[in-house]
Design a protein around this ligand. Structure first.
Ligand code: FES
Length: 161
């Protein structure tokens, strides 16, 4: 599968050539690869480095720092479950356990139908709605088992539509 369309490659190439610090574009370029390819393989890191004229290690440092950049294949939707303090004090651990049981997967795994990958994450900035999780760019909370059932059903329907 193509990592990034040629027009987007050209966009990053010319933008990098026009600025003093092309490293500023690393996250945008990684997100573009991930958006197009689903995740960022080694070849994606190499490509971003070449487009920006920097070393692959400089790209890899960023790619492995942020947990929203996926260096392994993931499902169509990634569930980030908050495991930070506010959520933890409001039954976050039980919610995380419920999600694992409901989906039949452990943290880091993907459901057999390829729809969901489950990952723990640090504070989502939704402490007032704890316990919280994020799917794609949407944050959900406060979560209960019933609310989780509704959300998963809704997202499954969107994915299969
Ligand atoms: S601690 Fe969970 S959203 Fe902040």
């Amino acid at each position: 599968m193509e990592l990034l369309p040629e027009n987007q490659q050209e966009f990053f190439r010319s933008k990098a050539a026009a600025i003093a610090h092309p490293r500023e574009l690393v996250i945008d370029a990684l997100r573009a690869v991930q958006s197009h390819h689903g995740w960022v393989p080694d070849e994606g890191v190499t490509l971003v480095a070449a487009l920006l004229g920097i070393l692959p290690i400089e790209v890899e440092e960023v790619a492995t720092f942020y947990d929203k950049i996926f260096r392994r294949p993931v499902g169509k939707r990634v569930i980030h479950v908050c495991d930070s303090i506010c959520c933890w004090t409001r039954e976050g651990e039980a919610i995380f356990t419920y999600l694992q049981e409901k989906l039949g997967i452990a943290p880091g795994e993907t459901t057999t139908d390829g729809v969901f990958t489950l990952l723990p994450t640090c504070c989502l900035g939704a402490c007032g709605d704890a316990p919280a999780m994020m799917i794609g760019l949407t944050t959900y909370g406060p979560l209960t088992p019933q609310r989780i059932d509704e959300i998963l059903a809704q997202v499954r329907a969107e994915v299969s539509a």
